[in-house]
Design a protein around this ligand. Structure first.
Ligand SMILES: [Zn+2]
Length: 338
């Protein structure tokens, strides 16, 4: 029997953002739909991240700065990243939630989805940005490596490039980072030629996609780029930076992915997990700003993890051309493209 964990803590609702699209109602809508669709899941209560776990990714001064702003009642970390009194504690628990999802897959669960906020993939070592405070997925990947793993795959399908995650692991071979993102778009990073450095070349796989890309184009990138590279890399753990903002109805993205498309992407990652790591998968919530659309997308993803994968067929000619360019760039590092 498949065991699916949902990591959640009510403290995530105490990150108050006051009229901002990244609001607590996002989590409430997802939890409501998981219940109303009667998905078979078990709830997992996380612990806050420890100082050592967070300092493995973020600078001490930056961590103290976030705590001080929260303690003083809140304020702005950057133009679109707001902190309230509860934000520091929520942020520690968000990173702890990502860790709990990874640990769950090592302790009896097949998959775990961490429904956390604030999100994390834009957070840099010494700077929060783009609604993100601490880089939850990076902290969880570092934790997995600390448990003795040597190769972790992060799949980031948020509509925005995960510049923080990409930068944090840019010279680390132990993390394969695959990102599909709308380009050009916020935050402006994530060119196909950004492949990593200092011996980690090829372990950063950036797939910038044209505005308007839908299910077919996304699935081509997963089948033709992610799958062959991942099977050659042989990850021991897989973490998804699951942002549902490439959804066709998302107010902040310009893509056309449907709920079925999200399920198909989840299924494509699950196939890699089945081959490389006994089907084990952790997912961590990033963006997604249409309440109904992102909840439907997540339900479709969880069903795919559990074995019901929607079928997506068809060719996107613009994306086909982009994929050939990326294969040419990555050919120097991966036998599968030689
Ligand atoms: Zn996003």
């Amino acid at each position: 029997m498949t065991r699916t964990g949902i990591v959640y803590h009510p403290i995530y609702l105490q990150h108050e953002t006051d009229g901002h699209p990244e609001k607590k109602e996002r989590l409430v809508a997802i939890l409501d739909m998981i219940k109303s669709e009667a998905l078979k899941v078990e709830y997992i209560t996380p612990e806050p991240v420890t100082r050592d776990q967070i300092a493995a990714i973020h600078g001490e001064r930056y961590i103290d700065q976030v705590r001080a702003i929260s303690e003083h009642g809140g304020g702005y970390l950057d133009i679109d990243t707001i902190l309230s009194r509860g934000s520091y504690d929520a942020s520690l628990m968000a990173a702890g939630g990502a860790i709990a999802a990874v640990d769950a897959t090592m302790n009896g669960f097949d998959h775990a989805f961490a429904l956390v906020r604030p999100p994390g993939h834009h957070a840099m070592p010494n700077r929060g940005m783009g609604f993100c405070i601490f880089n939850n997925v990076a902290i969880a990947a570092k934790h997995a490596l600390g448990r003795g793993l040597e190769r972790v795959l992060i799949v980031d399908w948020d509509v925005h490039h995960g510049n923080g995650t990409n930068a944090i692991f840019y010279s680390e071979r132990s993390v394969l980072y695959f990102s599909v993102h709308q380009y050009p778009h916020y935050p402006g990073t994530g060119k196909a030629t950004d492949v990593g450095e200092d011996g980690a070349e090829g372990t950063k796989v950036n797939v910038p996609l044209p505005t308007g890309t839908g299910d077919e184009g996304y699935l081509m990138a997963f089948r033709e780029i992610l799958r062959p590279i991942a099977l050659e890399y042989k990850p021991q753990a897989i973490i998804i930076s699951a942002g549902q903002d490439p959804h066709k109805d998302d107010p902040l993205g310009g893509m056309r992915v449907t709920a079925a498309g999200f399920g198909a992407m989840a299924g494509a990652v699950k196939e890699v997990a089945d081959i490389c790591c006994q089907g084990k998968l952790a997912a961590v919530l990033e963006g997604g700003y249409n309440l109904q659309a992102q909840a439907e997308a997540i339900v479709s993803e969880i069903r795919a993890f559990q074995g019901t994968v929607p079928e997506v067929r068809g060719i996107d000619l613009k994306v086909a051309q982009r994929i050939e360019e990326i294969k040419k760039i990555q050919r120097a590092y991966w036998k599968c493209f030689q």
